[in-house]
Design a protein around this ligand. Sequence first.
Ligand code: S3P
Length: 174
Amino acid sequence: MSAHIYLVGFMGSGKSHWGKRLAEHLGRPFFDLDEVIEAGEGLTVSTLFSSIGENGFRELERRYLHQMEHQPPSIVATGGGTPCFFDNMAWMNAQGTTVYLKISMPILHQRLVAGKGKRPLLARLDDSELLRHIETLLEQRDVFYRQATATVQRETEDDSKFWEDLTAGYEPRF
Ligand code: S3P
């Protein structure tokens, strides 16, 4: 059985950025689940949302998540919604460990104002709607993110502390 480290957390929490760094640090392969889906389907996440709807996307997401089982121990950056559908969170916890990248609201908001275009759940919102939407969605999703094996919290832009926390929790285990 593989023992992946799955990074979970809201859109804009840096799962891909930190996932790549962590993978390099631990000498493991890195997968970004959205990119795996896009490569497998030959379509962007945005196009998939508009062609098969969110429900169709979630089915695909689960299917590609389960394919991770066949990979050697890796770092997997999941999509912000991955842990919140089906039994995905329990499945990931049974497969390996999950790390919740918990980022403060001001940082998330700032990043998502800039990065909402490629995210179909946010693309059409103006900046004030965006803040409300992030708050609502985060509240709904918290119950899933909280099931993570570990949480690494970030209140400021201080990268060094965050990196220390991220690696300190996991390096000794593998
Ligand atoms: C989603 C997050 C996105 C992507 C899709 C849906 C979500 O991934 O999977 O747009 O439901 O939060 P990122 O978290 O990498 O933006």
